[in-house]
Write a protein that binds this ligand. Structure first.
Ligand SMILES: [Zn+2]
Length: 860
């Protein structure tokens, strides 16, 4: 029984006989809060007379199925999310009349009610296989077609889809609601996963952009209650820079008629590249102060989705095997655009600091996989929107650009778009163009980098003569037992010297005195370039961050780095050295307490917002999970007191001040902080130029709740001040963060035992649940957690299942008992759903690594 799954083989055989011409989808969104009415008429041809096939649909019921004028019995043909079609003619017309269901999980057609004004907002999210939740569809990317949507909805709504929004026609009154019908023009031939419908009383801001094909209208939309915070000018500005850059880079006009960007409630990911109707998560409408890192990230997301209009939407992967290429390309293209065409010129540093760290972490979990993953069926695809598909893929693609050269790369891209516009491709099509343009053979490169998993570790090994010069120098490369592949790398080797300032250690700096770019491969590469050079104070492998690999510092370099935490003027080498110590800590080669101290000494004066964000995350993890239990209280006290004093001494009103205050409030478990938190909340105390706005108030309330100092009444009072959807999530998180057995049990009951919370609420409740300085509160959940998994997963959609299984794991325990319980569950449940097994295995790996790090920390 396929259930909701679809295999690659089934898709391939369906595509081999069918060609879909068009869909005519008629939707009535005025039939109540649970269901909608959907009628799909598909015209398609079949090359094999009399053949059988099927169309996909997830619906509460199917009222009528008509194939080529003959009515089929829905009870006979509709099962397992499919409608069986038999005896197909050369040309076919199929009509399916069904009742669809709105979701609150961010999959399919999501329905949200704004608590501020009770207005209803809908949006779709279809990737990977969820357009079938709105209409009957041959759900696979290579069966492209033209889509025509006709939508009946309340007359005061905006209705947005892939084609420009037409003028609505009055459609009478039903249940006291005035209705209208929007008849969209048919789209060009696109894949179903990038079709979209967004409907509700969204507010709208309009602009336009001059493109190669003339003026293209631009729209930005959000819920009415968020409009006051919408900085549309900034969004349009970034979007226009992207249009100009990509049209030039790809030598191909923007493929669609208009470009709308809609901020949507309870959204699962960052954004989705629906053709001409991109949806974004609402946290990108900044209702309170956010970090510079988040502003930069939003710009990158805007450019990422825009890049997909060409790579992904105009030219589309044949099957999900090339999902990584789709995503990695968009990451590469958007980062390149951001660095070269916007004010964020150090976008690649941000990429190295943030995205690559994500890739390295993911690549060291037992669930890691080759970049080019084998996507046998949809269940394989759904778990692969991960750090390998996005971040490692993009890191490796960046290397590929360096390997073939930027100019040949762009030439190949242009040819690729010209040749495959509106079609479907595989990786081989792109590699073929790259080989032609560059003259380089790429089979071996592709094999080593795309078809194998794992990250290599690179170390300098050398001898120094009596004069302090290298008498030998090599770089060694190792791999893990599970993923033994050694790879070719092009890497920079930087040499730095301490320059004494004369006015004391604090202003001593590290100056780069030499740099070599070298190719290495295999277990050991001797580098004659370095022989005879004076041993520097600090030798940095992977300087300039060209390579994808973990690096180690030699003893002297590590000592220099630790003694001069603010020695680098540039944030990239600082980030690389900090990254190396992070890897050493995670690999049990450096005590977590040393790492915590090093980071705390590196933070003062840090202005790179992303580096600051990443370091705060790492230092919190090190204190919470990697420190030996006997030192944890002391380290956690050091962490929160340091963050507080760093916040107090940070530049007035700066990004650092803001991030440090947030981090302090998020990390503290010190009851002595209660009066300070409260004073900041009430305004009795303040930090210079720090505005305690809506979100920061919640940050303080959550901290007070976690300390047991904010009760239900105070949380409810705060919710009265901010009675928004986000306010509700914050309140739920605060309630779950209270340090009592009842609060934890209540959180568990709401999100684990019941299954009616929306995706965002599950996330909020689980975040509060996990937050617990008193570990004894979480101990009972080791058993409860493993006992609920199979049933909880079976009852939930993928998006909610992942949030429950990932979010309610009692990570903070970080104990052998927790790891053993997960190991036992994994051993006993080898046949459980792949997505479930994978999430549990990743949780378990996190604890296994923590135990290794704790052991090292214990030895000091
Ligand atoms: Zn993407």
């Amino acid at each position: 029984m396929p259930g909701k799954n679809l295999t690659r083989d089934e898709a391939a055989s369906r595509a081999s006989i069918l060609r879909v011409d068009s869909y005519d989808v008629r939707l009535d969104l005025t039939t109540g809060p649970e269901n909608f009415h959907t009628v799909t008429t598909v015209t398609f041809s079949c090359s094999e007379a009399g053949a059988d096939s099927f169309i996909d649909l997830i619906a509460d019921s199917v009222e009528k199925v008509t194939l080529n004028g003959v009515d089929l019995d829905p009870a006979e043909v509709f099962a397992d999310s499919r409608i069986a079609l038999s005896g197909l003619a050369a040309e076919n017309e199929l009509t399916v009349d069904a009742t669809g269901r709105y979701t609150n999980t961010g999959e399919g057609l999501h329905r949200f009610v704004d608590p501020v004004d009770n207005e209803v907002y809908l949006y779709t999210q279809f990737e990977v296989p969820d357009s079938r939740r709105m209409y009957a569809v041959f759900e696979q990317p290579d069966l492209k077609a033209s889509f025509r949507f006709t939508v009946t909805a309340p007359a005061h709504w905006k209705v947005i889809s892939n084609s420009p929004t037409p003028a609505p026609q009055a459609a009478g009154v039903a249940d006291g609601v005035e209705r209208a019908t929007w008849s969209f023009e048919p789209t060009k031939r696109i894949s179903s996963y990038i079709t979209a419908l967004i409907a509700g009383p969204y507010d709208e801001v309009r602009d336009e952009v001059q493109t190669r094909k003339g003026v293209v209208p631009l729209g930005v939309f959000c819920r009415r209650s968020l409009t006051q915070y919408l900085d549309a000018d900034n969004i349009f500005d970034c979007t226009k820079k992207g249009f100009a850059f990509f049209e030039e880079e790809f030598d191909q006009p923007y493929p669609f008629e208009k470009y709308d960007q809609i901020f949507t409630p309870e959204y699962n990911m960052g954004a989705m590249e629906n053709a001409g109707a991109v949806t974004f998560v609402e946290v990108y409408v900044f209702r309170s102060k956010v970090s510079e890192a988040k502003i930069e990230r939003r710009a990158l997301t805007i450019l990422h989705e825009l890049a997909h209009m060409w790579f992904g939407n105009l030219v589309t992967m044949k099957w999900w095997d090339d999902l990584w290429l789709n995503e990695s390309f968009a990451e590469w293209a958007s980062t390149t655009c951001q660095a070269e065409a916007t004010e964020w010129t150090s976008a690649w540093t941000t990429f190295g600091t943030s995205e690559k760290a994500w890739a390295y972490t993911q690549d060291q979990l037992s669930s890691t996989h080759p970049i080019a993953a084998d996507m046998r069926h949809l269940e394989d695809v759904e778990v692969n929107f991960d750090g390998i598909t996005y971040a490692k893929g993009a890191s490796v693609l960046k290397q590929l650009v360096a390997y073939v050269g930027r100019e040949p790369f762009v030439a190949a891209l242009r040819e690729y778009f010209r040749k495959h516009a509106w079609g479907n491709t595989t990786l081989a099509d792109l590699l073929g163009e790259l080989e032609k343009a560059s003259g380089r053979e790429l089979t071996e490169w592709s094999k080593l980098w795309l078809e194998t998993a794992g990250v290599n570790t690179l170390r300098p090994v050398f001898e120094v003569d009596a004069d302090g010069r290298y008498s030998s120098f090599a770089i060694t490369q190792t791999a893990t037992e599970e993923y033994p592949t050694l790879r070719p790398h092009r890497i920079g080797v930087g040499r730095y010297a301490v320059r004494r300032s004369g006015s004391g250690d604090a202003s001593d700096v590290l100056e780069r005195i030499g740099y070599d770019e070298v190719d290495i491969s295999g277990e050991r590469t001797d580098l004659t370039e370095l022989v005879g050079q004076e041993q520097p104070d600090l030798l940095l492998l992977n300087d300039d961050d060209l390579a994808y690999g973990k690096i180690r510092l030699d003893e002297r370099s590590l000592a220099t780095a630790l003694s001069l935490p603010r020695g680098f003027a540039d944030s990239l080498p600082r980030s690389l050295v900090l990254g190396a110590t992070w890897d050493m800590t995670r690999d049990g080669e450096m005590p977590a307490r040393d790492f915590v101290r090093f980071v705390l000494e590196s933070l003062p004066g840090e202005t790179d917002s992303t580096l600051l964000r990443v370091l705060i995350g790492q230092v919190s993890t090190a204190a919470r999970l990697y420190t030996a239990p006997e030192h944890r209280a002391e380290v956690s006290a050091l962490l929160s007191s340091s963050l507080r004093s760093l916040a107090e001494s940070a530049e007035s009103g700066s990004d650092a001040q803001f991030q440090l205050v947030e981090a302090w409030a998020a990390s503290t478990s010190d009851p002595a902080d209660e009066p300070r938190l409260r004073a900041l909340l009430t305004g009795a105390e303040s930090l210079p130029e720090l505005t305690v706005d809506t979100e920061l108030r919640w940050t303080f309330i959550k901290a007070l709740a976690a300390l047991g100092a904010a009760d239900e009444v105070e949380i409810a009072t705060e919710l009265d001040r901010d009675p928004t959807a986000t306010g509700k999530e914050r309140a739920a998180e605060a309630l779950a963060a209270r340090p009592t057995a009842e609060a934890k049990a209540d959180a568990w009951a709401k999100a684990v035992e019941r299954n009616d919370l929306s995706n965002q609420m599950v996330e909020a409740v689980s975040a509060g649940f996990r937050r617990s300085a008193d570990l004894s509160l979480l101990e009972p959940y080791v058993e409860k957690y493993h006992a609920m998994l199979v049933d909880a997963w079976a009852q939930r959609s993928v998006a909610i299942g992942e949030r429950v299984v990932g979010g309610f794991y009692p990570f903070s325990l970080a104990s052998a008992q927790l790891k053993d319980a997960s190991d036992a569950w994994l051993a006993a449940n080898t046949d459980a759903a792949p997505g479930l097994v994978r999430t549990v295995a990743e949780n378990r790996d996190t604890i296994a690594r923590a135990l290794v790090a704790q052991e090292r920390d214990r030895r000091g």
